[in-house]
Design a protein around this ligand. Structure first.
Ligand code: CA
Length: 229
């Protein structure tokens, strides 16, 4: 089944070529021109990826991103912006977005980034289920995480980081490996992004009562520690 991509962009001149390009790539593409319509759309229709402009006429794109995550949206979010200097600031923020692209961008670049992001979100080759049914349970195929039977809402990046840690339970996973596997090679951000994601993941796991802990191993990486018997 085709993956669904929602384009959130108020400028037709930008939206049209983008939609056409993505359709040609075989995605099921929808387009909305306001933040509210975007939130309504992702709440109503399962969507793999949202391409989100920051400068929308009603709700600021960052706020749209935040509200979508709060409402439990777990697909990918790629933020695009033309605001001068905005991208550097936005990348370090805890926005819940998975990737960032600055305008103007080439359609070939967009295609490559979309493909890379969707590939990452699918975590290819990890189709089995990991976890302890009484505690943390990661359903890799469905991209869902449960703590004692209750679903924990994670962003795409949080899920990717957690599924790697769970697959390597009680072993250290290096920062370099997490950066390479979860963010693509041409990701230009610092590993601060990784720390932000880990911090958010810890909060969510703790909030859900998960006994296992994500422990930082100084200078090396992170380890998911089992609950002591
Ligand atoms: Ca705009």
């Amino acid at each position: 089944m085709a993956q669904r991509v929602l384009v959130v962009e108020d400028e037709e001149d930008i939206a049209f070529p983008l939609v056409r390009t993505l359709e040609r790539e075989g995605y099921d593409v929808a387009w909305v021109d306001t933040g509210q319509r975007a939130l309504d759309d992702v709440a109503a229709t399962p969507t793999e990826l949202v391409i989100l402009d920051l400068g929308l006429p009603d709700i600021d794109g960052l706020e749209v991103c935040k509200r979508a995550r709060e409402a439990g949206f777990t697909g990918g979010i790629m933020i695009v912006t033309s605001r001068a200097g905005e991208l550097d600031r936005v990348v370090g923020l805890d926005t819940g977005a998975d990737d960032y692209l600055s305008k103007p961008f080439g359609l070939a670049e967009l295609q490559a980034r979309v493909r890379a992001l969707l590939r990452r979100l699918n975590v290819p080759g990890r189709d089995e289920t990991h976890g302890d049914p009484d505690g943390l349970h990661v359903d890799v195929a469905a991209r869902r995480v449960y703590a004692s039977g209750t679903e924990v809402a994670l962003t795409g990046k949080e899920f990717d980081v957690l599924s790697i840690l769970v697959a390597n339970r009680d072993k250290v996973v290096s920062r370099g490996r997490l950066m390479a596997d979860v963010w693509d090679e041409n990701w230009y951000g610092s590993t601060k992004t990784l720390d932000v994601t880990i911090g958010r993941l810890r909060q969510k796991l703790e909030g859900a009562g998960v006994g296992e802990k994500v422990v930082a191993v100084r200078g090396v990486g992170f380890r998911l520690e089992s609950v002591p018997a």
